[in-house]
Design a protein around this ligand. Structure first.
Ligand code: CAA
Length: 401
């Protein structure tokens, strides 16, 4: 990986405000789910807008020319069209070469990991011809107001450039574990704007998939003690806590509860290998395909890694598909910390009241058309973005406030 950058929305809500509005103890969201804030998408922010802006940052901050890109894949489960991919809008907005292969991948939150795998195959196939792959994980997690899943929404995109000259991390192609199993844990039928989920069952499915990928990665699977960091898909921070417990139990071949003598060892392992990298996830919420890579950004910004140390990645897409894989930091990766760090983007967001958030959620889907997305005014990066307003049906952000 040669570049990674993040883009999120202009607005967020505090989960303690949401808890108060729903007459729920705030600790359920902040401690029980481990979430602090949630990015809220407001028109013209949709998956295309988020993807374009993350990709612009990745190319500009890492001084990569659009001409160097030969493959563009957007992993998303909240695309804007049943047929036309998000990727082709990004292709136009970034001015990528016309001989660039581009498409969209979907398998719930697994879509971007599938795209990275395809990029790796493309790079070693001989067809890349010294060009690089731009992979974007872009999503808006959207559940019904007042539902149990409401505090686990979020919005954002992570763009990554994958090449055969990695400067951040390299992918270990020898070790991988995969799992596919048809389950109804989380889905969004064609008629639905909001995802449907059997929440507690989805947690079981996620953990079951993790166990199967670990089994499949044997005999090359490293011991937990050989891993410098363990990253997991993060629909909410507490899910990564549960995942690390399952990983620990698998490694130690035991089953734990809080009374177990090994509980303290589990906590120490979690605090050393997973927890420190989850701050951005706690402030953004679930960004589906990008959540795993947002915690990778946390690790690259805050971790003190030695070159070639092993880091595990677990990607889970509901429905379901999962992969366990390994990466290694490249010597000198830490000189890019400033380019990677998304703290400024998070600090510049504006807080919404719960009444404003509800207003946006109820109206945002009606506000954009296909033609808006090919208008260069829509590709803007700077905040506050104001739509040109030349379409009667488009409202400006400020109209909501
Ligand atoms: N203080 C502290 N903690 C509290 C508390 C309080 N006052 N009240 C409750 N809690 C704790 C609970 O004990 C629980 O923690 P544990 O799981 O560790 O026991 C936690 O808060 C959540 O409480 P509930 O389980 O009662 O919460 P819920 O049933 O209302 O909803 C949810 C939780 C099922 C995750 C729901 O938010 C949901 O459906 N989310 C969407 C589905 C999802 O994200 N699934 C994840 C796996 S699937 C996946 O990863 C793909 C994807 O991205 C969607």
């Amino acid at each position: 990986m040669e570049a990674i950058a993040f883009h999120t929305t202009q607005y967020f809500i505090e989960l303690s405000d949401l808890a108060e509005a729903r007459s729920i103890a705030p600790e359920k969201f902040t401690l029980g789910l481990g979430q602090q804030q949630m990015s809220i998408a407001c028109p013209p922010e949709d998956t295309v807008h988020l993807a374009i802006n993350a990709a612009k940052k990745a190319l500009e901050r890492f001084a990569i020319s659009p001409d160097e890109i030969g493959m563009l894949v957007v992993g998303t489960e909240s695309g804007v069209d049943h047929s036309k991919p998000v990727a082709v809008y990004v292709h136009q907005a970034l001015g990528l070469p016309s001989n660039c292969i581009s498409y969209e991948t979907k398998h719930a939150c697994f879509g971007a990991m599938a795209a990275i795998s395809a990029a790796g195959d493309w790079l070693i196939s001989g067809r890349a011809k010294n060009r690089k792959a731009l992979i974007i994980a872009a999503d808006i997690a959207n559940y019904a107001l007042h539902s149990a899943a409401e505090p686990t929404q979020g919005a954002g995109a992570v763009a990554m450039v994958i090449s055969d000259q990695p400067t951040l991390v390299s992918f270990d192609r020898a070790t991988a574990g995969y799992f596919t199993h048809n389950v109804m844990d989380f889905w969004r039928p064609l008629y639905a704007k909001e995802a449907l989920t059997d929440g507690h069952y989805s947690i079981e499915c996620y953990l079951d998939a993790l166990t199967h990928t670990l089994m499949d990665a044997k005999p090359e699977l490293p011991r937990l003690s050989d891993l410098a960091a363990c990253l997991y898909h993060v629909p909410f921070v507490k899910m990564a806590t549960k995942a690390h417990q399952r990983h620990f139990e698998f490694d130690q071949n035991l089953s734990l509860d809080k009374e177990s003598p090994n509980w303290q060892r589990l906590l120490q392992s979690y605090q050393a290998k997973t927890q420190p990298w989850l701050e951005y996830n706690a402030r953004v919420g679930n960004i589906y395909t990008g959540s795993l890579f947002l915690s990778l950004m946390g690790l690259l910004v805050k971790g003190n890694l030695e070159p070639d140390q092993l880091i595990s990645l677990f990607s889970y897409g509901s429905g379901s598909a999962a992969a366990f894989s390994l990466i290694r930091p490249v010597a000198g990766y830490d000189r890019f910390r400033r380019q990677i760090d998304p703290s400024q983007d998070l600090a510049h967001r504006t807080k919404l009241s719960i009444a404003q958030y509800q207003d946006i959620m109820q109206q945002r889907d009606q506000l954009l058309t296909e033609n808006d997305r090919i208008d260069p005014a829509y590709w803007g990066l700077t905040a506050p973005y104001l739509y040109s307003g030349n379409r009667a049906h488009i409202r400006q952000y400020s109209d909501f406030l």
